[in-house]
Design a protein around this ligand. Structure first.
Ligand code: ATP
Ligand code: MG
Length: 981
């Protein structure tokens, strides 16, 4: 390989020479391809440069991929979290060998053994981390991840033990290795690298587990743990070895031994095919044309997991119901340079040939497949033999061998076509070797008028420009819609699942069926476990591979992931703090890679992660401290540059603060979010925000200040709880009781005030008026000792209500008057939130009217009542409006003003029903019923009243009940049912 340090096009020319492709050197130079641009070339570029041969394009692309892996390209040396598969190999009986052999011979054995290990590991894309005598440690998933790292490790393990098995010590003793493999999340970092001056170390339990597994592996065996097995997803044959206890591991661990290959692309899910009707119809049409003797080619394209193979299975199923032959070929990522590998594998599979079978058995089986006599010199079996490792009878050049192979394969295919239509499926041609690619082009060229359909699948990112001819139609698979995805989830669950779980799966899957399945399995299998694993382990490697492909731009993707699914360009730039030129380049790279989708949102350039799972995977790789720092930076930038966002979405800031470990700040933002919701009369949202704040507060050191904050939050929380659950319910009471306990413990006076106020409301709600009135006395005492007019107003507020209910009317009137005096010059708006959730000044006027009525001063009462009604309607505060209208209605009912009551009840009912004010829904119905009765409709009246009473009873609301029951009784009497009254 060329010198990677050599920049400019001369290095590239040398590199081409090494590949035996120096004929393109001039074209590369003319197109300014240097070391910088070389790694970014795609198949189409090579085509444009003038590399017409598919075989040469394949060689070049492989070599370019190899460049990528070469250590010359630095990997960002930041510590990060990763899922890693660790392989441990060990030579069986090494100690004995060392006593038997001369050290120099031993060294030679080790050398051979290590070479064999390194070769197997590297062939499957693993990274040899340590070679210490007979101990070998390898990583799959670092420094570069592959979607199938677990499977790669298992395959490397198999090959490793097999190649060691073929070796002998100088004394003739056969050698054996054993291998242990484990997968888990680790931290890989550069921390200790400098000290040891060698490998970047891996921190986590996974290497330990791999070592322990290796120790229990049988000689010549490969053993792996549960997580690795889960990731292999049935693509290899595994044998269960049961649960084992390991030192240092609390739980027994399930262990499997790798038995070998599983042919035919692994097991497919048996779940029914969802949607894809249009695509299936297209394929059906093509098949129909093919059966008429008009050969067809279709290239099925789509990203990993979109459902290419699943669709093909459906087609094969349909085709198989009529006269047909189906030939299936699978290209493999482990054999991209193995000439005609898919053809050879298909042949072995069809002939029933097992691995390691001796040559004569293979020959017999091949002859049995191709017919008697085919194995004779020059026969078809003889020609195809080299594909499956058999020697031909005659010595021939590779070129001639290829020509003969092609002829034999074409002849076989031609015979099949003459007996019935043939469907040729070639899966994953992005991994095909160049000869297979050539063969496919050849088939399409030579079989134009034969009953043949060739369907190939391919991922879009790695197009070889294969099967690009006009006679091949392209079919791109798009993501499924939400309903179809929901069908897949329901099919897997086999039982109804919660709407919330379903939503979360669909939101994160973005229409990719594989993501849907893995997310669903993850949630279903781990329901009950703590949900720390947001990205399923089975998808993690594939997602990391996509991120690793970004090179240095990966860091920017991680920064963006901290902001959320979506980030504005301004925020991203400010948080990333990279050089502007580089920043722009990397943003474009992320967009170019299809990772981020650009969009415009209210005039601002914004980027959105195409896949939620990619965002989560990028986020998951950040170390906790790093994450916290980035969240803190997001907070800082938003606070400095986007006050509007801070005010509009305090909960967003709260979340970032919490993730940044800025707990106190997070509490304050949650509090602000709750207050904001209260101002918009959004009780449920307010409750949720206050509860978030309280939850975070509980993680802080208990100090007087935290207690004060907690009392404050509990008091704030009590108000919406009263509104939503009703004044008699246990929820607000529990909150107020906890606050009272805290206030008493720290000797707080002023803080106790709103708490006692809330408790008085709860007492009165339950009809415990004497208790409520006693609490009002406590309130008056606190107000007096604090010398505060606001508190005074609210203390009298409580007192006038409860004295009224106890029938102490003159005292109630005194408190109304005293309260109104205290209210002079007091700003009351915020009070509406804290005390009973309504404006005390309007409440005072209502009671003044009520007391006037009971006093017989009709005119005063009516005038005050009407005025207050108008004021209530003008209030922006919904709960104030409801409360005042309700009390006005009572005063008018007592005064027999039917029309006034009807007006007020219409308003009240609408308000109460719309906003869930339970307290008033019942009351409105009883008073509305009374009005109906007075207007001569006793039947409807009784129905209304019954409903109202039932509503209140269901909420346990005693408050006002005697009065309302009295109203009910009077209506029963009116209706001529004195018995029911
Ligand atoms: N239309 C569908 N209905 C139900 N399940 C589907 C559908 N499409 C795909 N699946 C399921 O989603 C998973 C991924 O699909 P599949 O293996 O066909 O993807 P692919 O496009 O071949 O991916 P790759 O590029 O990795 O080979 C499979 O388990 C498959 O059964
Ligand atoms: Mg597939």
């Amino acid at each position: 390989m060329g010198d990677a340090g050599d920049s400019g096009t001369t290095g590239v020319a040398a590199w081409l020479r090494e590949l035996g492709l120096e004929r393109y050197a001039a074209a590369f130079a003319a197109n300014d391809i240097d070391w910088e641009t070389l790694p970014r070339l795609a198949a189409r570029d090579l085509h444009d440069v003038g590399v017409e041969s598919i075989g040469h394009r394949r060689i070049l692309l492989d070599a370019i991929a190899e460049l990528d892996r070469a250590p010359a390209r630095p990997v960002a040396s930041r510590a990060e979290r990763r899922q890693l598969t660790v392989l441990f190999a060990d030579l069986v009986g090494a100690t004995q060998l060392s006593t038997e052999l001369d050290p120099e011979d031993l060294r030679a054995v080790y050398r051979l053994y290590q070479d064999a290990c390194a070769q197997s590991i590297e062939r499957f894309g693993g990274h040899v981390a340590q070679l210490l005598g007979d101990g070998v440690v390898a990583y799959f998933g670092h420094p570069r991840a592959h979607e199938d790292d677990a499977e790669r490790a298992a395959r490397a393990g198999l090959e490793l033990v097999r190649s060691v098995q073929a070796m002998h010590s100088p004394r003739g003793t056969p050698l054996l290795a054993r291998v242990g493999i484990a997968t888990g999340v680790v931290v890989v970092g550069d921390v200790i690298e400098t000290r040891l001056g060698e490998e970047r170390p891996v921190v986590g339990e996974t290497p330990n587990l791999a070592a322990r597994l290796q120790a229990i592996a049988p000689p010549g065996g490969v053993v792996l743990g549960a997580r690795t097995r889960r990731l292999i997803r049935g693509r290899l044959e595994l044998v269960e070895l049961g649960a084992h206890e390991f030192k240092g591991f609390a739980q027994p661990i399930e262990v499997w031994q790798v038995a070998g290959e599983r042919r035919g692309g692994g097991p497919g899910s048996q779940e029914p095919l969802v949607d894809r009707r249009r695509e299936l119809a297209t394929l059906r049409r093509r098949w129909h044309l093919a059966t008429q003797g008009d050969a067809q080619g279709v290239m099925l394209e789509g990203p990993p997991g979109i459902g290419k193979s699943r669709l093909i299975r459906a087609l094969v199923g349909e085709v198989g119901t009529g006269p047909s032959t189906v030939l299936r070929y699978f290209c493999s990522p482990y054999h991209t340079t193995n000439s005609l590998y898919p053809v050879a594998a298909q042949l072995e599979h069809a002939a029933g040939i097992e691995r390691d079978e001796p040559a004569h058995v293979r020959r017999d089986k091949l002859e049995a497949l191709l017919g008697p006599g085919s194995g004779a010199p020059g026969g078809r079996g003889d020609t195809l033999g080299p594909l499956i490792g058999l020697e031909t009878s005659a010595a021939i050049t590779p070129q001639l061998l290829k020509t003969r192979l092609f002829e034999a394969l074409f002849a076989t295919l031609g015979e099949l076509c003459s007996s019935s239509p043939v469907l040729v499926v070639v899966e994953d041609v992005h991994w095909s070797d160049s000869t297979t690619a050539e063969l496919l082009e050849g088939i399409l060229g030579s079989f134009r008028e034969q009953p043949l359909l060739l369907v190939a699948t391919q991922r879009p990112e790695a197009t070889l420009g294969l099967l690009g001819g006009e006679d091949v139609s392209r079919l791109a698979l798009e993501p499924l819609d939400r309903e179809d995805c929901a069908e897949i989830v329901e099919g897997l669950a086999g039982q109804p699942i919660s709407a919330e779980t379903l939503e979360s799966i669909l939101d994160n899957a973005d229409g990719v069926p594989l993501f849907v399945e893995e997310l669903a399995k993850n949630l279903l299998e781990r329901s009950g476990e703590s949900g720390s694993e947001r990205v399923p382990a089975t998808l993690e490697d594939a997602l990391t591979e996509r991120l690793d492909r970004l090179g240095d731009a990966r860091w920017l993707a991680q920064v963006a992931s901290v902001a959320g699914r979506q980030v504005t360009l301004g925020l991203l730039a400010a948080v990333a703090r990279t050089d502007p030129g580089l920043f722009q380049e990397q943003v474009e790279q992320l967009v170019g890679a299809g990772l981020l989708l650009p969009r415009e949102e209210s005039g601002e350039a914004t980027y959105r992660f195409k896949h939620a799972l990619v965002q989560q995977a990028a986020y998951g790789m950040l170390l906790r401290d790093e994450r916290a720092d980035l969240h803190a930076r997001v907070v800082e930038v938003l606070e400095q540059t986007d006050r509007a966002a801070v005010e509009r979405t305090p909960e967003l800031l709260a979340r970032h603060c919490a993730a940044a470990g800025l707990t106190e700040k997070a509490v304050a933002y949650w509090r602000a979010a709750g207050d904001r919701a209260m101002r918009q009369s959004a009780d449920a949202e307010a409750i949720a925000s206050y509860r978030e704040a309280l939850g975070l507060l509980a993680t802080l050191e208990p100090e007087d200040d935290t207690y004060r904050l907690e009392i404050d939050l509990l008091t704030a929380l009590g108000v919406p709880l009263l509104a939503i659950h009703g004044v008699a319910s246990p929820e607000p009471e529990a909150v107020y009781l906890r606050a009272r306990q805290l206030a008493t413990e720290i000797g707080a006076g002023r803080e106790l005030f709103p708490v006692l106020w809330g408790l008085a409301v709860v007492s009165s709600g339950r009809g415990e008026m004497r208790r409520a009135a006693e609490t009002a006395d406590e309130l008056l005492a606190i107000a007096a000792s604090e010398g505060d007019r606001e508190l005074e107003l609210e203390a009298h507020h409580a007192a006038w209500v409860y004295d009224f209910f106890l029938g102490r009317l003159p005292e109630a009137a005194d408190h109304v008057a005293a309260g109104q005096r205290a209210a002079q010059g007091v700003e009351v708006d915020e009070h509406a939130l804290l005390y009973g959730g309504h404006d005390p000044r309007l409440c005072a006027r209502n009671f003044e009217a009520l007391l006037a009525r009971l006093d017989g001063r009709e005119a005063v009462a009516a005038e005050l009542g009407d005025e207050t009604f108008e004021l209530a309607l003008a209030s922006r505060h919904l709960h104030t409006r409801a409360h005042c209208v309700a009390w006005g209605a009572i005063a008018d009912q007592l005064g027999g003003r039917v029309d006034a009551v009807v007006r007020r009840i219409d308003v009240l009912k609408a308000l109460a029903d719309e906003h869930g004010f339970t307290e008033f829904s019942g009351e409105a119905r009883v008073l509305g019923g009374w009005a109906l009765a007075m207007r001569g409709d006793p039947v409807r009246a009784l129905a209304e009243i019954g409903e109202g009473i039932a509503l209140r009873e269901a909420a346990g609301m005693q408050h006002l009940m005697p009065y309302l029951l009295g109203v009910s009784a009077s209506v029963h009497i009116l209706a001529g049912e004195p018995g029911a009254a």
